[in-house]
Design a protein around this ligand. Structure first.
Ligand SMILES: C[S@@+](CC[C@H](N)C(=O)[O-])C[C@H]1O[C@@H](n2cnc3c(N)ncnc32)[C@H](O)[C@@H]1O
Length: 194
């Protein structure tokens, strides 16, 4: 990962807090090195969309489950000015010499259970891949907004939950606004508690 040319550029731009320049590194969303850092690279209008939804529903921030290296979370945090908490599993891996240094400090699910989420934080799942863990996070969440990013049907990729057919394990959630990420067949779907 250290030899990844996109990572080097991202780190330079991150030190200048230049989220826009970072987005420009994968504008077509098909740069293989970029996709190793983040599965769904948003556009600026996706960030406008997210910020609007969060602010209009008086959210103080986001808790992102399965945030990986936290690049998306750093971008959202820097763009919106809202706090973004990143949660991962396997602390040992993220602290090992094989992993890149995360863009935001990570919290570990095995260590802090669900203590890191609060009611006025939206939950975010970007290309999450564990339906059972998703349902458990939903069960424990006392807030009212869940954001799912992933591929739509027919995209040839997979996430669990998927943006338009998530299995919440209960009937409490309904689909709100949603937006495609550029023309990638990846979508940001916002759900609200009934
Ligand atoms: C496909 S990756 C997506 C990473 C990142 N969100 C992205 O879009 O690039 C899924 C991530 O979910 C994490 N994950 C899997 N189960 C988890 C759990 N129970 N709690 C938190 N993270 C989990 C994995 O470690 C992995 O980093």
């Amino acid at each position: 990962m250290e030899g990844n040319p996109v990572l080097k550029k991202v780190l330079n731009f991150q030190s200048e807090k230049d989220w826009k320049a970072i987005l420009s590194l994968n504008e077509d969303s098909n740069n293989f090195d970029a996709l190793k850092l983040l599965w769904a690279w948003p556009s600026e209008s996706n960030l406008v969309f997210l910020k609007y939804i969060l602010l209009s529903h008086k959210m103080a921030g986001i808790t992102s489950l399965g945030c990986g290296c936290g690049l998306l979370e750093w971008i959202i945090q820097t763009y919106t000015g809202l706090s973004v908490i990143g949660v991962e599993i396997n602390e040992q891996w993220w602290k090992s010499k094989y992993s890149i240094t995360p863009f935001i400090p990570l919290k570990y699910a095995e260590k802090e259970a669900f203590a890191c989420t609060s009611e006025n934080y939206a939950l975010l799942f970007c290309y999450f891949n564990n339906g059972n863990a998703f349902r458990e996070y939903v069960r424990l969440y006392s807030g009212r907004m869940i954001i799912i990013i992933g591929p739509s049907e027919g995209a040839g990729r997979h996430s669990d939950p998927s943006p338009f057919n998530p299995d919440f394990g209960c009937e409490n959630w309904h689909l709100g606004p949603n937006q495609e990420i550029k023309e990638t067949n990846d979508f940001i779907a916002v759900y609200f508690k009934r």
